[in-house]
Design a protein around this ligand. Structure first.
Ligand code: SAM
Length: 252
């Protein structure tokens, strides 16, 4: 989808959702608010109309975003893969790292892209997830994946190992971004690309479990010596919710 159309879709959903929630609240309050506002019509008719309008708006907002939803893990057939192919210049023989691989959906997809002459380093900090990641790699019969145990400050990646590194929805979890960014720089080959896919925190939240602003990522990563290539602010995968991808490069 072109980025301007995607952006207007986001705006439409952002407008629809609060209106729908307000209508539902009016209905739940037994129409007290409607009476106070002296809206025309019988209360029972208004109640019905509010419910119908709320349901319609909610369904429109949700359906508009559902097609791109990959919120419960990476889907190789979802909307992100074609974009990743371009951003990470995926092709057979490339060496890439998936930092904070989680269930490993992205790791497996990357391994298929780079083929048997390429390699994917797949890192995780959580011991249980590391175990499941190893099992997933064995089950997929892939011999081009190296599973790596990470720590809060160390990526665990070898120096100079990778043409590209991706962190998908991981950066906002980092408790020592400075240590991790230093490690990412060491592990990228000169001219290599780092892609950070994440999302801004909602409402008054700042950086934390609910997301991280793109400008924080840009400031922290560039202060460690990376060059900013571009900010893609219409990254797909979270349905009606915002997502971005910041692309950096290690100087050639
Ligand atoms: C929200 S999940 C995202 C998983 C996967 N990247 C995805 O897109 O489906 C975040 C993952 O990052 C891992 N994580 C957090 N801090 C990490 C670190 N310093 N190094 C490696 N993994 C980390 C967590 O254990 C968790 O599995």
């Amino acid at each position: 989808m072109p980025s301007s159309a995607h952006r207007s879709l986001h705006k439409m959903e952002i407008l629809l959702l609060p209106i729908a929630l307000y209508l539902m609240q009016l209905r739940a309050r037994g129409l007290e608010s409607i009476n106070t506002l002296k809206m025309p019509g019988k209360p029972s008719e208004l109640k019905g109309r509010c419910s119908a309008a709320a349901v319609t708006l909610l369904l429109s907002a949700v359906c508009a975003g559902c097609g791109s939803w990959t919120g419960f893990g990476f889907r190789a057939d979802g909307p992100e893969m074609p974009r990743l192919r371009q951003v990470l210049t995926l092709e057979p023989g490339r060496v890439v790292a998936d930092v904070g691989a989680g269930k490993g959906g992205l790791t497996l997809a990357l391994a298929r892209e780079v083929g048997s002459n390429g390699r994917v380093f797949s890192t995780e900090i959580d011991p249980e997830r590391l175990g499941r990641l190893r099992e997933a790699v064995v089950a997929a019969k892939l011999d081009n994946v190296t599973v790596v145990e990470a720590s809060v400050s160390e990526t665990g990646l070898p120096p100079n190992c990778c043409d590209a590194i991706v962190l998908r929805r991981v950066y906002h979890h980092l408790t020592d971004p400075s240590g991790i960014n230093a490690g990412l720089l060491r592990s990228l080959r000169p001219g290599g690309v780092l892609a950070v896919i994440d999302f801004p925190p909602p409402f008054f939240f700042s950086r934390g479990s609910f997301g991280v602003p793109a400008k924080t990522v840009i400031s922290e990563v560039t202060s460690r010596g990376f060059e900013l290539l571009r900010l893609i602010d219409d990254w797909p995968g979270r349905g009606p919710l915002e997502s971005y991808c910041v692309v950096f490069r290690k100087s050639p």
